[in-house]
Design a protein around this ligand. Structure first.
Ligand code: ZN
Length: 213
């Protein structure tokens, strides 16, 4: 049984099962020999969006492409929110058309995210990646139908009770941190969850199979 890394920007040298994320319009090379996801990151939105999206679509039929994204809404950038929402909805539509889960980047726009995604939860799986906000927001998102891929820094929040979250809605990741091993992430979370490492691995593998296989 392998450690599953739901979202990373680096090829892992351990024996984990990882989903390499590609940013269309930003990453020069897309190496399709590993499992990957591909999306138009809100940071990369510009006047070439339609071109990017048609290029993106060419990757979606590749057998190693198991998810779409990361894509989403980010209120810390200057790109108008309406344009970001439009591009995000195009991803939601692609997720349905190609029957693939969506990996979501969301910064300071959770109300908008919840609203836009309402009609989609029963049609595809939506995963908020790098989740590092409050326990309340985590519960709210899960109640609405989202899955969460937790940020390692969540462990530093003393008032966040991770044990209160349903394990069948969770994933772990290393994102852009090339020095972090997914095994270490699991170990740290298992400790916080007061769980055996193997039990946690089993559960996350089950979640992965439910969504991706
Ligand atoms: Zn990322």
């Amino acid at each position: 049984m392998r450690f599953i890394n739901l979202h990373t920007h680096h090829i892992a040298m351990d024996h984990s099962l990882f989903v390499l994320n590609y940013r269309i319009g930003h990453d020069k090379v897309i190496d399709n020999t590993h499992l990957f996801s591909v999306g138009l990151h809100p940071w990369d939105i510009d006047q070439n969006n339609d071109l990017f999206l048609s290029k993106l679509e060419q990757f979606l039929t590749h057998p190693n492409c198991i998810a779409i994204g990361e894509c989403g809404i980010d209120k810390l950038i200057t790109t108008p929110i309406e344009i970001q929402k439009k591009v995000f909805e195009q991803h939601l539509q692609l997720a349905i058309n190609y029957n693939k889960p969506l990996i979501i980047h969301c910064v300071k726009a959770f109300d908008e995210l919840i609203e836009i995604c309402k009609p989609y939860h029963n049609r595809t799986s939506l995963i908020v990646h790098g989740f590092n906000k409050s326990e309340n927001l985590a519960k709210q998102l899960i109640d609405k139908g989202f899955y969460l891929s937790l940020h390692h820094n969540l462990l530093l929040k003393p008032d966040f009770n991770i044990q209160s979250l349903p394990l069948d809605k969770l994933f772990f990741e290393t994102d852009d941190n090339a020095h972090l091993l997914i095994e270490e992430v699991y170990k740290d979370f298992a400790l916080k969850l007061n769980m055996e490492l193997d039990a946690l691995k089993t559960q996350i593998n089950r979640n992965f199979e439910t969504l991706f296989l």
